[in-house]
Design a protein around this ligand. Structure first.
Ligand code: TXA
Ligand code: MG
Length: 328
């Protein structure tokens, strides 16, 4: 297959930021780093650019996008904040939290980006490159993770290039993303509800709210067939190699995704071993998760055995992504 156009990759300096803003204004697609993962940005107000974005990702068109803005003031133009949403925004923005809120009447974000819903997902990222691009562009940017639909999220510019070369205009390379898992998504459309565990641990959010988060209804697909957060569908983050979770030993021909200092039984048989965090640190593990999954997926193993990851803090998001990667 021939690539339809050339994808430029630029180091994240002032020139690249200006370039990114111009490209977005012209309806282009720009991948850039956020603190969670790389996003694939398009002008949130430009339906044609968003259509190109869905096409580039190969994403089902019903899957709504997150609108990224520079600050809370800009977010208010898109979404209505009740008291609890306000509290969360004040506590965690800028940062790895996405809020799903009622859309404002004059919300300028294209219908295609919100998939016709009357709610909108909004996030203020704190990564300096994302912040600079948002400031230079001056409008909301929709940005799903910059991977082909169904692949794991990219945490480096090289991952983005591997998935989207020839399908996007520009990749701004700002190094590896520090958090490594996507933002936590909380719907504030009534009781605050955890739609996707992510970069802000549940416990931190519950501490600010002073109460537990509501759980999404079982089988999150709403009656009209529109999933509440389609990214929650099982088997969204799939490497090609099957995963075996909570592995206590490694079989011949398996690759091992390890965690912590204690070696697993049979790890000397492993086709390849990568440790999410030798010292058992869940923050470091989250940052390494997607790049280690990609590397082990390329190791030619018959299975990726994954050691048990404790469920606390960022462990909830890590286990969520691993369960999805294992579902097929
Ligand atoms: O960390 C992140 O959130 C990254 C970076 C680039 O910001 N973005 C990201 O976007 O993960 P994406 O498109 O891969 O995941 C966004 C999730 C999807 O599962 C989508 O269904 C959900 O947000 N979503 C968006 N709008 C929604 C809405 N109005 N109601 C419910 N879920 C929504
Ligand atoms: Mg994604």
């Amino acid at each position: 297959m021939t690539a339809p156009f050339v994808t430029r990759v630029s180091r994240a300096d002032a020139a690249a930021v200006g370039d990114a803003a111009r490209c977005l204004k012209a309806g282009g697609l720009v991948a850039f780093p956020t603190e969670t993962v790389y996003g694939l940005g398009a002008d949130a107000t430009d339906g044609r650019a968003i259509a190109r974005l869905y096409e580039a990702k190969g994403r089902p068109a019903f899957n709504p996008l997150i609108a990224h803005v520079a600050d809370l003031a800009a977010a208010r133009a898109l979404a209505r904040f009740e008291a609890e949403a306000e509290k969360l925004a004040e506590a965690f923005w800028p940062g790895p939290l996405t809020l799903v809120l009622p859309k404002t009447a004059g919300c300028p974000v294209a219908e295609l980006a919100t998939a016709g819903l009357d709610s909108i997902a909004v996030r203020v990222p704190h990564h300096p490159v994302a912040q600079k691009i948002l400031a230079a562009f001056g409008r909301p940017i929709v940005a799903p993770s910059a991977n082909r639909s169904g692949h794991v999220s990219p945490t480096t510019a090289a991952h983005v290039l591997a998935d989207l070369r020839g399908r996007v205009d520009l990749i701004v390379d700002g190094g590896a993303t520090p958090v490594g898992v996507e933002s936590t998504i909380i719907a504030c459309l009534g009781e605050p509800m955890l739609l996707r565990p992510g970069g802000v641990p549940r416990q931190d959010i519950e501490r600010v709210l002073g109460r537990p988060l509501a759980e999404p209804p079982a089988g999150i697909a709403a009656t009209d067939g529109t999933p509440l957060a389609p990214g929650m569908l099982a088997s969204h983050y799939a490497p090609r190699t099957p995963l075996r979770l909570d592995a206590e030993h490694v079989g011949a021909g398996e690759a091992l995704l390890a965690f912590g200092p204690t070696p697993t039984d049979g790890s000397e048989n492993a086709a390849r071993v990568l440790n999410l965090s030798q010292r058992g640190d869940l923050i470091e593990a989250a940052a390494n998760l997607f790049s280690h999954l990609r590397a082990l997926d390329a190791a030619g193993a018959n299975t990726i055995a994954v050691m048990r990851i404790p469920p606390d803090g960022l462990g909830e998001a890590i286990n969520d992504r691993l369960a999805r990667a294992a579902a097929r």
